[in-house]
Design a protein around this ligand. Sequence first.
Ligand SMILES: C[S@@+](CC[C@H](N)C(=O)[O-])C[C@H]1O[C@@H](n2cnc3c(N)ncnc32)[C@H](O)[C@@H]1O
Length: 176
Amino acid sequence: MINSNLKSIIVPKPWIIEAAVQALREYLELRPQATLIEFGTGCSTAFFAQFKINQISIEHDPRWHSQVQLYLNQNNLTWVNLELIKGNYYEVLQRFQQNSIDIILVDGQHRLKCLEHGARILKPGGLIMLDDSQHEKYQVADQFFSGWQKYQVVGEKPNPISGEIQIAQATWWIKP
Ligand SMILES: C[S@@+](CC[C@H](N)C(=O)[O-])C[C@H]1O[C@@H](n2cnc3c(N)ncnc32)[C@H](O)[C@@H]1O
């Protein structure tokens, strides 16, 4: 069932530690023409929408997609392209030319594949961010970013549903 009381669920504050959000904010403020792709939608979708950039937000879960689309509709955020893609949704990146995208946020499914394919389409100077990069399974991600500038932050991340505080890490790389 769709919950129409979205103000309590979706707020323009990404479910990512604040230091990483600050890095995204600073990056976007300098690039009003940016094109952004995010994997894993929700509060980050609402946050990015504030910048009125070219935003493509990819979601795998039909129910959550409906919730986020309702939020966008209720707030007239018509410039956000929210797409529902099930399965290997990183394959959507084949649609984009090499060196064509400014920012990619990887915060959903198939994170390593999203990073690998994202590296190709990012512009020189572009930023790709992985949330929850502390997990062992993501340590191999560096292989996609040899020679790129790397930044890493650790901090508290409140779960917007339970309110529980988690310690998490976010990592981002800038393409040379
Ligand atoms: C880590 S979350 C993505 C979070 C998003 N980038 C943000 O900052 O809010 C990964 C997936 O969890 C699901 N999800 C996110 N928020 C949810 C919520 N409040 N309730 C149910 N599912 C949620 C969606 O399918 C989403 O793609």
